[in-house]
Design a protein. Structure first.
Lengths: 264, 168
């Protein structure tokens, strides 16, 4: 591993200042992806800015129309949160099934969506639930946030501080996990919201995306049978030792049906 | 610019003071920032019960408790653990003898080579304390972050089940 200077700011403003002063600064949330990446010398930050001591970035609160989750809130905290379970049980369920207990005790929602791993679970929830990403500079709509493989709309020096989820009428997440890593081979989050049906797919493509074909099929009839006979185009989908694009396309339909059936 | 770069480099290369609370004892160390909690425990404090398996967060052999929760000591720098209460496998047994989960692992032959066992036991103790070891399926889920290459999983589940039910 290459060396770095370690910073542990106690406020978002201090973190932003440390990031601005660094030549190649990196924010450190739970470290579940960043540390392995640094150990493999795939990342070489000059400075690591540990967000772990910023109290303002942790915690969950109920808002007028849903829940607000601080960026440094762990998956385990979201999974066990009474507020999240009451407002959006599907979100608590998703968090409960990320990785393994050790990962859930350290990994954070802010770290997950900033990293935007193509097979991560949270991006599907953020996109399907039409969440809003709060940063130290602005708010970003979910539809504008995930821009490509490991890429987001975040600008240089921008820090996610919280994610706000409006409460859906119904929602559920179904994933076909890689049995070893629990990353989504394919994960589908369906949500019936005030503005219509939203369906987000993770694991299948280079970046989480909305499945408009499924959204349209569910718009008039929010039931698994509405997806009978639907064929998902496999072009552009991921291919690896675990699954071909065709298999992933098939799994999208299967997971979408399971999610709709489970939606509550 | 050169001055800034030199300053950054000096800051990066300078060892940092780190105070760790491990098994109820305070340790004052001076470490390179890159030293993981795992390496600090093993190489600087001589607590070699915590094992280094993959060193990248996949195997669970390095599992310790941080503020009472199971965590991977290989995936955090020692300096990040300042102010936290760290418990390692060495901190489980009391004056009265082994921890009940340690006894259960012995009673059920829940290991073969033993390399993953410390991590398994550290995960099992938190799972039982959190009331998340109620069924075999639940046990397999809460223990899913700990791999056993000898394949002692049936015995591990049996040991955790027994310990959760308060018997050896």
């Amino acid at each position: 591993m290459y060396n770095f200077a370690y910073h542990r700011p106690s406020s978002v403003a201090e973190a932003a200042a440390a990031l601005a002063a660094a030549s190649e600064g990196k924010l450190l949330a739970g470290g579940m992806t960043l540390l392995p990446t640094m150990k493999q010398r795939l990342a070489q930050p000059s400075d690591l800015i540990d967000l772990g001591a910023i109290a303002d970035m942790k915690g969950i609160s109920t808002t007028g129309d849903g829940v607000r989750i601080g960026a440094m809130t762990t998956h385990a905290s979201v999974a066990s949160s009474a507020e999240v379970k009451a407002a959006i049980p599907a979100l608590a369920h998703l968090a409960e099934n990320i990785g393994d207990p050790q990962v859930r005790n350290r990994g954070t929602i802010g770290g997950s969506i900033a990293n935007n791993d193509p097979a991560a679970d949270y991006p599907a929830a953020v996109l399907a639930l039409d969440a809003t990403i709060q940063t130290n500079k602005r708010t970003i709509a979910a539809d504008d946030f995930f821009t490509g493989m490991f890429e987001t709309a975040l600008e240089e020096g921008e820090i996610i501080t919280a994610v706000s989820f409006p409460k859906p009428q119904k929602a559920a997440y179904a994933k076909f996990p890689n049995p070893a890593s629990r990353y989504a081979l394919v994960g589908v989050f369906v949500a019936q919201t005030a503005s219509g049906v939203r369906v987000a797919v993770t694991g299948a493509a280079p970046c989480v995306f909305r499945a408009s074909q499924i959204e349209q099929a569910l718009a008039g009839n929010f039931s698994p049978s509405a997806l009978d006979g639907l064929t998902i185009d496999s072009s552009g989908l991921n291919s690896d030792i675990h699954a071909s694009p065709e298999y992933r396309a098939h799994l999208i339909g299967v997971m979408a049906k399971r999610a709709v059936a489970a939606a509550a | 610019m050169e001055t800034t770069l030199e300053l950054t480099k000096a800051a990066a290369d300078a060892p940092v003071p780190v105070v760790l609370d491990v098994n109820g004892r305070i340790h004052r160390l001076t470490l390179d920032s890159r030293v993981t909690l795992l390496d600090a425990l093993r190489d600087h404090l001589g607590l070699t019960g915590t094992k280094k398996g993959c060193d990248r967060g996949e195997c669970g052999a390095c599992t310790v408790h941080i503020d009472g929760r199971a965590a991977l000591s290989c995936l955090q720098f020692a300096v990040m653990a300042e102010g936290r209460a760290i418990t390692t496998i060495e901190g489980l047994a009391g004056d009265a003898g082994l921890h009940p989960v340690q006894e259960a692992f012995l009673a059920h032959d829940a290991f073969q080579c033993g390399f993953c066992t410390s991590g398994q036991i550290m995960s099992a103790t938190t799972a039982i304390r959190e009331g998340r070891a109620g069924s075999d399926a639940e046990i397999r889920e809460v223990m899913s972050g700990n791999l056993c290459r000898c394949g002692a999983y049936p015995q591990i589940v049996a040991a955790v089940r027994a310990a959760a039910q308060g018997r050896d």
